[in-house]
Design a protein around this ligand. Structure first.
Ligand SMILES: [Zn+2]
Length: 360
């Protein structure tokens, strides 16, 4: 939250104060809403309704237009690291659609009994071997499935605990923890869950997806004079700003602001704060930035479904480049920012001979 004090270089301090108020109010309502959705407590729900009877009207009453760009990454930025690609993606939505998006995500989560769980695509789509060891697993109800998988996992952990290979035990325990919320669903059901979410994103005509996807084999930090992370964030911000400029021009709304919202995990928040500081001090990128607030906001991804959706988009992009998987990507490809039919919001940084959908 200390980031709020660091917004600089806006034309009018009045506009800045107004934007602060707007975003603070929004984030508060966001937390409130997510809490209500997660717990289902009616008292908090009615309080939220009293405070924010109609989020979109509330914000539009202030006559400014705000776009949120939810950012997440997939793959490792280190060279070589353990992935061939590093993807940084941002999903932009106008603030007035936030509630609609949250409701849509919440509805799909409920369908799969995941209303209190975070969507972490990489963990959800894995095959859980324990499930295949249980006879008639598919025929069981959710409670039985949970119980049976729990039993198998407990036995496996006890076995590993006794073995001298402690790292295997630790890794397995971590895997179990990360996937615990999803063990009541078969692999097919989990894939359907992710596909439903991808279809939902595809239906959001008001949303745009931006991304920088770096094939690290073709990345030379000396030539680029920057790191993989730095290039990715700089490119993403530039593309989002370009989009804001076009929207501002076409809607004749100069009070158009964009803000970057990141997952507040320690690694990402430290890294992105440092990069933003570097952008500021070098003053190269920000000289052309008119609409985007210079410091990002960090939120808890557990409470912010749209950061989880950015994670899904990143994951799908990386799987496309690394494994030529197209199913998920095709479901929301309509949201890639385009100009005259050509994709301009997403770049694949790679060799000249690449024939992927972004390079041709
Ligand atoms: Zn390509």
């Amino acid at each position: 939250m200390q980031q709020f004090g660091k917004v600089l270089n806006f034309n009018s301090s009045k506009a800045v104060s107004r934007l602060f108020f707007l975003i603070l109010a929004f984030l508060f309502s966001n937390i409130c809403y997510t809490f209500v959705t997660a717990s289902g407590k009616s008292r908090q729900a009615s309080l939220q309704r009293e405070l924010f009877p109609e989020t979109s009207r509330f914000f539009f009453a202030l006559s400014s237009m705000v776009y949120f760009c939810y950012i997440d990454e997939s793959g490792t930025p280190e060279v070589p690291g353990n992935t061939s690609h590093y993807v940084l993606a941002g999903l932009s939505i106008p603030i007035s659609y936030w509630k609609l998006c949250e409701k849509g995500i919440s509805k799909i989560k409920q369908k799969y009994d995941l209303q209190n769980s975070e969507v972490h695509t990489g963990w959800i789509v894995r095959k859980y071997l324990e499930q295949s060891k249980i006879a008639d697993f598919d025929a069981m109800n959710y409670v039985q499935r949970r119980h049976e998988v729990g039993k198998v996992r407990k036995a496996e952990l006890l076995k590993l605990q006794k073995s001298p290979n402690k790292s295997h035990y630790k890794q397995t325990r971590k895997n179990y923890r990360q996937t615990d919320a999803y063990i009541h669903l078969t692999h097919t059901e989990r894939m359907c869950f992710i596909q439903d979410l991808a279809d939902l994103v595809g239906s959001w005509s008001f949303a745009r997806l931006f991304a920088e996807c770096i094939d690290k084999i073709h990345f030379d930090p000396l030539r680029a004079k920057k790191s993989v992370d730095e290039q990715a964030l700089e490119q993403l911000v530039s593309r989002f700003e370009q989009y804001m400029k076009i929207v501002s021009k076409s809607t004749k709304n100069i009070q158009l602001y964009g803000t970057l919202i990141h997952d507040n995990n320690e690694t990402v928040s430290k890294k992105h704060t440092a990069l933003m500081k570097k952008f500021h001090s070098h003053g190269t990128l920000w000289t052309s930035i008119e609409h985007i607030i210079e410091t990002p906001f960090f939120v808890n991804s557990e409470l912010t479904s749209l950061v989880q959706i950015a994670d899904l988009c990143c994951y799908s992009l990386r799987r496309y480049f690394e494994n030529t998987e197209t199913d998920l990507l095709n479901r929301f490809q309509s949201r890639f920012d385009r100009k005259n039919g050509k994709i301009v919001g997403i770049r694949h940084f790679t060799g000249v001979s690449c024939q992927c959908m972004f390079c041709v």
